[in-house]
Write a protein that binds this ligand. Structure first.
Ligand SMILES: [Zn+2]
Length: 475
């Protein structure tokens, strides 16, 4: 019997939870005054006794990191804890010279929140602050070098770990959540630039044991890792093997997960209160102040764009789910250009070019005036869709000539008088085709229109060309 047609075949129930590690945008590290600007720094040059964990050095908590964490907590509809503290998570690893990570275990900054993912409510278990370990460098690649190097410049970077409940039922849904989370965090302006979010991905099927895929870098990788793991667990069940609780690692090159170790429990880390750090007491006024300073969030902006600019829900979603794109849209709106045309230009043409070239908006140079000019040309019917796209591709990925200048230089703007003479010319040279058309072969009109379009370098509107051709032939 065909498996998919078997009504007795049970659906696989899938439970996925995520632990996302986000680098917070602070000037200095979480517990010392070392800079977080390490891009051009020599290895191990941005360090101090605190982030190297020298005996006797005392950590001091970065207030900005706490403020960012509270903002995130509020945006994720969490309860903010007024009193919290830090604990030591003990483990040995060369990237952690203290042999413990300073983190929050018993009481996190924020807990019990949720965000809406379409109609679904995804529960946020907690968000807590912790420090990042040093970077291990494997000169010939992981597993291939016979030695490793350690760079402590990154040691002590502020991380916020956001933990969800196991509320996702597919890898795709988990990816959707990660995208939405990133959008919210970019609205809050709390993300450290140029740092990739990392996720630990937990997955179990049919109520079985949970497998954790550690430290997956990037959203696409997280979706792939989960998809691989889901297929692997289904296969294991099919042949009658029990899924064992374990930790696995994702290899982005092969797209596979491999077992790293049997899962340890949280108790194995022997958390203890960190006596070097004072307990944090926030009063309600401090939290309210941060709440009052919260910027507009994606959901609010989507609704505002619909009512203020008369956009439909869908295009407003596309614009607002990309913070920089929504910002660009509003800058153009201040120039009083047509909202609908602008929205089309940004959400269809611009986004597809960026996606095609794997670029982000903040990586390309765009001048408001250049786009404003292009929008005016579209509004006045001076340019075909095809040439809008071409001028924009050249603007983003070519020699950056402003679209209007490019269209003028290449004779791609629509000129009425030219169209007349081009049509006359084409008709004169194709007498036989004209006769065919008159005899009732209607398809010939498309052939003639194609010739005209070629002569206009695609700058004419096809509807207009067809109309004018028919008119001329019947004269
Ligand atoms: Zn330091």
């Amino acid at each position: 019997m065909n498996e998919t047609n078997n009504p007795n075949k049970k659906m696989t129930s899938v439970m996925i939870g995520l632990e996302i590690h986000v680098y917070l945008n602070t000037k200095s590290k979480l517990f010392c005054s070392c800079s977080t600007d390490i891009i051009n720094a020599e290895p191990n040059s941005v360090t101090c006794p605190v982030c190297l964990a020298h005996p006797g050095s005392k950590p001091v908590l970065n207030a900005k990191a706490v403020e960012h964490a509270i903002k995130v907590g509020l945006a994720l509809n969490c309860k903010i804890n007024n009193n919290f503290f830090f604990s030591r998570k003990t483990y040995f690893y060369p990237d952690m010279s203290a042999n413990y990570q300073i983190t929050q275990y018993e009481v996190p900054v924020a807990e019990n929140g949720f965000i809406k993912l379409g109609e679904k409510k995804v529960r946020i278990r907690r968000a807590h602050l912790e420090l990042d370990p040093a970077a291990l460098i494997h000169p010939q690649g992981l597993g291939k070098s016979n030695y490793s190097l350690i760079d402590y410049n990154r040691s002590g970077f502020p991380l916020l770990e956001i933990v969800t409940e196991p509320d996702f039922s597919s890898p795709l849904e988990a990816r959707g959540f990660l995208n939405q989370l990133e959008t919210i965090l970019s609205y809050l302006n709390v993300l450290m630039p140029n740092m990739t979010m990392k996720a630990d991905c937990n997955i179990s099927i049919n109520g079985g044991n949970r497998v954790e895929i550690k430290n997956v870098s990037g959203f696409q990788a997280a979706e792939k890792a989960l998809a691989f793991e889901l297929a692997r667990q289904k296969q294991q069940e099919k042949v009658g093997n029990k899924i064992e609780q374990c930790t696995r690692l994702f290899n982005a090159d092969t797209g596979q997960t491999v077992e790293a170790r049997k899962k340890e429990t949280e108790e194995d880390y022997g958390y203890i209160f960190d006596p070097d750090l004072v307990k944090v007491f926030l009063n309600n006024k401090q939290i309210e102040k941060i709440r009052n300073e919260m910027p507009e969030l994606p959901q609010q902006k989507i609704q505002r764009f619909v009512s203020e600019y008369n956009l439909n829900e869908y295009e407003s979603n596309v614009l607002c789910n990309n913070f920089d794109l929504s910002k660009l849209f509003e800058e153009l709106m201040q120039k009083k250009v047509d909202a609908k045309i602008t929205s089309n230009l940004l959400t269809r043409e611009l986004l597809s070019i960026l996606n095609h070239d794997s670029l982000k908006l903040n990586q390309v140079k765009i001048k408001i005036n250049d786009l404003q000019e292009l929008i005016l040309l579209i509004k006045n019917g001076k340019v075909s869709d095809k040439n809008v796209k071409q001028s924009l591709i050249n603007y983003i990925s070519g020699d950056n000539t402003p679209p209007k200048e490019y269209l003028e230089k290449n004779g791609l703007l629509i000129k009425e008088i030219d169209l007349e003479s081009i049509i006359n010319n084409v008709l004169e040279k194709n007498n036989n085709a004209v006769l065919d058309y008159k005899k009732g072969n209607n398809k010939v009109i498309n052939f003639l229109a194609g010739l005209v379009m070629r002569e206009t370098k695609g700058s004419a509107r096809i509807e207009e060309v067809l109309e004018k051709l028919k008119q001329k032939i019947s004269e």
